[in-house]
Design a protein around this ligand. Structure first.
Ligand SMILES: Cc1ncc(COP(=O)(O)O)c(C=O)c1O
Length: 394
């Protein structure tokens, strides 16, 4: 039977990781895979995580199963972190998931249980796994205009026009902050217009929040999500702890859902718990427990917030340095958008041929759509990177 299987398309990012590893050049630069790296080029375990893990090792008395929704203290802590006091906690439910990917999957599976005819509208472009998961779940997938490649900013008029055409029963997927792959986020006034437009359409909102704290700050990055839950009665929020807690491989995440009534929230919880049961029974606990311990302990939380702030400042400094170096190297403001965008990623706006030359002649690895992981850069590489981009892309 299994001989009926055909080969799956190669994952572009993983293929590029292999090619990067095999490249013998000492000065090669990896802007492909989406992980944060510090000035030394490493992705260390955060100090707050180490301390929480040590305490967990000392204190944990059992590894008996939690509940189908995972540890309720974890989902509550995540709901507090994301939503603060923007909404009555009785209207919020949620379960632990396998990372942010699991949260997207369980959230979309929940939507399918509610309306199997729903179409999910994702931004163009979006994280490639969005379309893949929507299709795997069996829902329709359409894109709405989002990015203006000319300016490196939002195509706000196109975005609003496309959102206005969406109907109730469908789902609009939004990136809560730090849009992947473009780094282009709406400003507060644009968010207001987006929310008004979706509210008028009656569509359900799904927010993917994988980079909370990587843009302008924890509260600033949660602002749009908090406004949305205040104005739109049904919101599904996929939260990842991979980047902001550095827990990539521990797979901590949660799907939160807001409902118009506490009763509806309970029914939603039951459905999410069943979806967990069907997929893996219980979500992994280790990373979730560590996250909960950090968020619920003032000292650990303070340590974590400082470490997160250091990461954010580093990314935004790298952005500013790269934008300045490119202005100097090209004599134009063409790449100024890199300085004002937020999060780990931006799109260079290069052709596949230019990306090939950057890779083959300069050892600079950028994936096929031109997405660069700025958070993977080192300051010392910026002059060479800017010179290479100016030479190849001018
Ligand atoms: C937009 C977006 N959503 C969700 C995720 C999922 O993250 P994870 O499953 O590693 O927690 C990612 C990770 O790259 C992402 O970029």
């Amino acid at each position: 039977m299994l001989e009926n299987l055909t080969a799956q398309p190669e994952d572009a990012i993983l293929a590029m990781m292999d090619a990067f590893r095999a490249d013998p050049r000492a000065d090669k630069i990896d802007l492909g895979v989406g992980i944060y790296r510090d000035a030394a080029g490493t992705t260390p375990v955060m100090a707050a995580v180490k301390q929480a893990e040590q305490a967990l090792l000392d204190q944990q008395a059992t590894k008996a199963y939690t509940s189908l929704g995972g540890d309720p203290a974890f989902t509550r802590a995540i709901a507090d972190l994301v939503l603060a006091d923007s909404i009555d906690p009785a209207l919020v439910t949620g379960v632990g998931t396998v990372g942010g990917t699991g949260a997207v999957r369980q959230g979309l599976d929940l939507a399918r249980l509610a309306n199997k005819g729903a179409t999910v509208h994702i931004p163009d472009p979006s994280w490639p796994n969005h379309r893949a998961i929507v299709q795997a779940v069996g829902l329709g997938c359409k894109t709405y205009r989002y990015f203006d490649a000319e300016t490196g900013g939002l195509d706000h008029d196109g975005l609003i026009a496309d959102l206005a055409a969406i109907s109730a029963g469908d789902i609009v997927l939004l990136h809560g902050c730090c849009h992947n792959p473009t780094g282009a986020d709406p400003d507060p006034a644009q968010w207001d217009q987006i929310i008004d437009t979706i509210k008028a359409s009656g569509a359900t909102v799904m927010i993917d929040l994988a980079y909370l704290g990587f843009g302008d700050g924890l509260d600033q990055d949660a602002q749009a999500t908090r406004k949305i839950v205040q104005q739109i009665p049904e919101v599904i929020i996929a939260v990842s702890c991979s980047k902001n807690f550095g827990l990539y491989r521990d797979r901590a995440g949660a799907v939160l859902v807001t409902a118009p009534t506490a009763e509806a929230a309970q029914t939603i919880y039951g459905n999410l718990a069943t979806l967990n049961r069907l997929a893996y029974s219980f979500p992994a606990d280790h990373g979730a427990k560590v996250t909960e311990m950090i968020l619920n302990d003032a000292t650990l939380r303070g340590t974590w917030a400082t470490e997160l702030s250091d990461m954010r400042v580093r990314i935004n400094t790298l952005r500013a340095e790269l934008a300045t170096a490119l202005r100097d190297a090209t004599g134009s403001d063409r790449f100024a958008f890199l300085g004002s965008q937020r999060g780990m990623f931006s799109r260079l706006g290069a052709t596949p041929e230019q990306l090939r030359i950057l890779r083959e002649d300069h050892g600079i690895y950028i994936i096929g759509d031109g997405r660069m992981n700025i958070a993977g850069l080192s300051s010392k590489d910026i002059p060479r990177l800017a010179q290479a981009i100016a030479t190849v892309c001018a």
